[in-house]
Design a binder for this molecule. Structure first.
Ligand code: HSE
Length: 378
C-alpha cells in the first residue's frame, strides 16, 4: 500500500516539501515503513514547467474528498483560508502538518481539539525555529521536567539583518532585500521586523509548555525598527550583543510572562554568537537545568525538513498524540503584565550609556525617561 499525501501551497516552503520528498523518497519510505507519494499540490497559480505539473489542483475539494489522501502538509501561510482547509481535513480524519505559525498561534486550540475528536494529528514542528526540533522535545524528551522558562532567537530574518548590518556594514534595506531573496522573510516583512513572527512562535511555545492557549494579542511585542547603531556599538563596547529575544517565564505567583523585545545578550552567553538566519532556544527545567537548541530558523529546505518530519510521523502514528496539546483560554488573567518584566537595563540618556546594577521592572525602567532603554538577558 502507498500512503498518499497532499501539499497545500507551492511557495517557498511548499515547493521545498515536494523537492525534499522526491530527493529522499527512498529513505523517507524506509523511515515511514511504507511507500509514500504526493498525490496533489494545491495552488491557484500555474506551474507549467514543474516536473510535478500533473499533481497540481486549484480545487481544495479534490483533496478533501479523496479518501486515499490521509495526510496533508499545509504551507500556505496566513489564517484564512488555511484555517478552513485544515479544520476540514482534520474533520475528515486526515492528519495535517503545518509550517504556519500564524495559524497555530491564533487557532491552535481549535485545531488540536478537531484532531483529537477525529483521531488524527495536527502537527506543527515547522512553525517554530524552522529546521530546529523544538516542539517534540518540549512535550516528549523533556516531558519529565517542570519547565520554568524558554527564551531565544526565534526570527531568522531579523537576526540575519542585524548580523549583516553590524558585522558587514550592510544597510537595513539591502539586508532585508537579501533576506527576502533567500526566502527567509514573511510575505509582509513587517511581521518579521516588528516582532509579530517571533511573537507567534513564543505564543506556540508558551501554550505548549504551560497548557493554555496564549494569543498574540496578549503578548508585549517590540521589534528591531527602533534599534540604533549607537546602541549596538555601545552595547558591543560593554560586552553585549543586541538580539531580538522572545521569551516566556513562569513567575512565583504562578502566572507566565511572555514577551518579545530587543535585549542585550552578554558575550559569555552562547546566544550572543547566534548569527545570520540561525535561531537558538534555551529551555530551563528542574531536571535538565538548561538545554539549548540551535539551527537554521528559516528557509526552504530547513523548514521543509520539519514539515516532512511531521508528515512521516503522522503516517507512522495514526493515533492522536495527546502530549502535544493545550486547552483553550477564555481570558489572559494567567499572563503577567509586561510592566512587571524584571531585568537589569541598558540605559542611554544625556549622561551617557550604562547598565544598571539594580534589577528593575519594565515600568520602573520606562519611567526613567531615557533616550534608550533595553533589558539585559541574564
Ligand atoms: N520569517 C520567518 C523568519 C520564517 O525569518 O524566521 C520562519 O518562520
Amino acid at each position: 500500500m502507498s500512503v498518499k499525501f497532499a501539499v497545500l501551497g507551492h511557495g517557498v516552503v511548499g515547493s521545498g516539501v515536494v523537492e525534499l520528498f522526491y530527493k529522499n523518497k527512498e529513505s523517507i519510505e524506509k523511515r515511514a515503513g511504507t511507500e509514500m507519494d504526493v498525490k496533489y499540490i494545491l495552488d491557484l497559480r500555474d506551474f507549467p514547467d514543474s516536473p510535478y505539473k500533473d499533481k497540481f489542483t486549484k480545487d481544495f475539494n479534490d483533496i478533501l474528498n479523496d479518501d486515499e489522501v490521509t495526510a496533508v502538509a499545509e504551507c500556505m501561510g496566513g489564517v484564512e483560508p488555511a484555517f478552513t482547509f485544515v479544520k476540514a481535513c482534520l474533520e475528515r480524519g486526515k492528519s495535517v502538518s503545518t509550517s504556519n505559525k500564524e495559524l497555530v498561534a491564533e487557532k491552535g486550540d481549535i485545531l488540536l481539539a478537531a484532531a483529537k475528536a477525529h483521531s488524527c494529528n495536527f502537527f506543527f514542528e515547522a512553525s517554530v525555529g524552522g529546521a530546529i526540533p523544538i516542539i517534540r522535545p518540549l512535550h516528549k524528551c523533556l516531558a519529565a521536567n517542570d519547565i520554568s522558562a524558554v527564551a531565544g532567537i526565534l526570527n531568522g530574518t531579523t537576526n540575519f539583518i542585524l548580523t549583516k548590518m553590524y558585522k558587514e556594514n550592510m544597510s537595513f534595506g539591502d539586508a532585508l532585500a537579501l533576506a527576502q531573496q533567500l526566502g527567509y522573510a514573511e510575505k509582509d516583512p513587517t511581521a518579521d521586523i516588528e516582532g509579530h513572527d517571533a511573537c507567534r512562535k513564543i505564543c506556540i511555545i508558551s501554550s505548549l509548555v504551560f497548557g493554555k492557549h496564549v494569543y498574540p494579542k496578549s503578548v508585549f511585542t517590540k521589534g528591531i525598527s527602533e534599534i540604533s547603531l549607537d546602541d549596538v556599538k555601545n552595547a558591543d563596547s560593554m560586552g553585549f550583543a543586541v538580539k531580538l529575544i522572545a521569551s516566556v517565564r513562569r513567575l512565583d505567583n504562578g502566572k507566565i510572562l511572555p514577551a518579545v523585545m530587543p535585549m542585550l545578550v552578554p558575550y559569555d552567553n552562547i546566544i550572543s554568537n547566534v548569527n545570520d538566519v540561525f535561531n537558538a532556544v534555551t529551555v530551563d527545567g528542574d531536571g535538565i537545568d538548561k538545554v539549548m537548541f540551535y539551527g537554521r530558523g528559516a528557509g526552504k529546505l530547513p523548514t521543509a525538513s520539519a514539515v516532512l518530519g511531521d508528515v512521516i510521523d503522522s503516517v507512522k502514528h495514526s493515533v492522536t498524540v495527546f502530549s502535544q496539546s493545550w486547552e483553550s483560554s477564555d481570558d489572559d488573567k494567567f499572563i503577567e503584565p509586561v510592566a512587571n518584566f524584571s531585568a537589569r537595563w541598558y540605559i542611554r540618556d544625556s549622561s551617557g550609556s550604562r547598565i544598571t546594577d539594580k534589577v528593575m521592572t519594565f515600568a520602573e525602567a520606562s519611567a526613567l525617561g531615557a533616550d534608550s532603554c533595553i533589558p539585559v538577558l541574564e
